[in-house]
Write a protein that binds this ligand. Structure first.
Ligand code: GDD
Ligand code: MG
Length: 347
């Protein structure tokens, strides 16, 4: 199966560790491997090295190459977008590359994954992906759904229908009634209460043919550019509409199905979610780096070059870097992006 890894985002919610020049996919949170490296490794469960394509932006492509060479070999397939146009154009460029340079056929399934999530255990996730391949080849757009635990507004929601297309060995495939990208808080609360919705994990699979059919139907501007060669498409990339795959296709397509996944998944969109997914010590702390701590509990404390000491702190997020420190109360980390906005204005 072919695989496209999307690595062109520029998240700032994990400031001061993630920056415009150093987005989340390049962070190593659980061990020495970065989230991008973990993604590349995970994808080897279902794709051969030479069938994995990474789409990133021009500024990061050299760094991406360095990072994935130990995993994917000396000459990984890296596409550098001339300009970021969000995920729908990035995927279209990746699919064109697969058709033209890797001889992808219309019936081949393509697995699309973000590069900045935590997914574990990888081997169990691979079983879901294998199940998805069969549905992708049958013309469906397969999404992977996560049971929601809060009315998160940063995610897409997948409304399942009652129709099951598959139900075996603890795995289910539901037809999808409607895909709703990033609802407002009240709507998200209703979705959560109804019990009929999954979070969209941002991971998809479809055949090349299905992608082309849906993009022709729902995003003709992308389709028109897609009809060119890979090189021309890249040259004309600035003409692409700026739109995510979720708005471009997922909300409109009638071919969407969902596989609920029962494993650890997090898009670690905030420091609070970093704390949630990492293993805690006996005081319920997550401590990394150059840190000495006494009587501190329930906190995420990330040290850097200088020594960081805490005494008696509770319920805090502390992240040190060379030029900035974040100190936040747990539960408030969504507001870090407001700080980043403020700093941008002051620049
Ligand atoms: N190559 C490339 N070019 N990659 C991009 C671009 C781009 O212009 N924009 C974003 N990406 C990459 C990001 O690096 C990330 O790995 C992935 O595409 C998804 O983009 P995000 O910007 O992180 O999307 P999101 O988190 O707001 O929303 C998506 O993911 C959620 C789950 O994490 C949506 O699919 C939601 O529906 C979903 O719930
Ligand atoms: Mg994301």
């Amino acid at each position: 199966m072919f695989s496209i890894i999307l690595a062109g985002g520029s998240g700032t919610r994990l400031w001061p560790l993630s920056r415009k020049k150093f987005p989340k996919q390049f962070l190593s949170l659980t061990d020495d491997e970065t989230l991008l490296q973990k993604t590349a490794k995970r994808n080897l469960y279902y794709s051969d090295k030479e069938d994995i394509v990474i789409v990133t932006n021009r500024d990061h492509s050299f760094f991406v190459k360095q990072q994935v060479q130990p995993i994917l070999g000396d000459d990984p397939h890296i596409i550098d977008e001339p300009i970021g146009k969000n995920t729908a154009p990035a995927i279209a460029l990746g699919i064109k590359y697969i058709q033209e340079k890797l001889h992808g056929k219309l019936n081949d399934a393509v697995f699309i994954s973000p590069s900045d999530h935590i997914i574990s255990p990888a081997s169990e996730f691979a079983d879901y992906v294998k199940l998805a391949e069969q549905f992708a080849k049958d013309g469906y757009i397969v999404t992977f759904g996560v049971v929601p635990t809060k009315p998160e507004t940063g995610y897409g929601y997948i409304e399942k229908s009652n129709k099951k297309l598959f139900d075996e060995a603890g795995k289910t495939v539901f037809e999808v009634k409607q895909f709703h990208e990033k609802p407002d808080l009240n709507t998200a609360k209703k979705y959560l209460e109804s019990g009929k919705f999954f979070w969209n994990s941002g991971i998809f699979m479809f055949s090349i043919e299905t992608f082309i059919e849906e993009i022709e139907k729902y995003e003709p501007e992308i389709y028109e550019l897609f009809s060119n060669s890979f090189e021309t498409m890249k040259k004309e990339f600035h003409k692409m509409p700026e739109i995510s795959i979720d708005y471009a296709i997922m909300e409109k397509s009638k071919k969407v199905v969902v596989i609920p996944i029962n494993i650890t998944w997090s898009d670690i969109g905030s420091w609070d979610s970093v704390y949630e997914v990492l293993p805690k010590d006996e005081n319920n702390n997550v401590i990394k780096g150059n840190v000495v701590s006494k009587n501190s509990k329930n906190s995420l404390i990330l040290g850097s070059k200088r020594l960081l000491c805490t005494v008696g702190v509770d319920d805090l997020i502390i992240a040190d870097t060379d030029d900035a420190i974040l100190i936040a109360k747990k539960g408030y980390s969504q507001q870090v992006k407001d700080i980043v906005e403020l700093l941008k204005k002051e620049e």
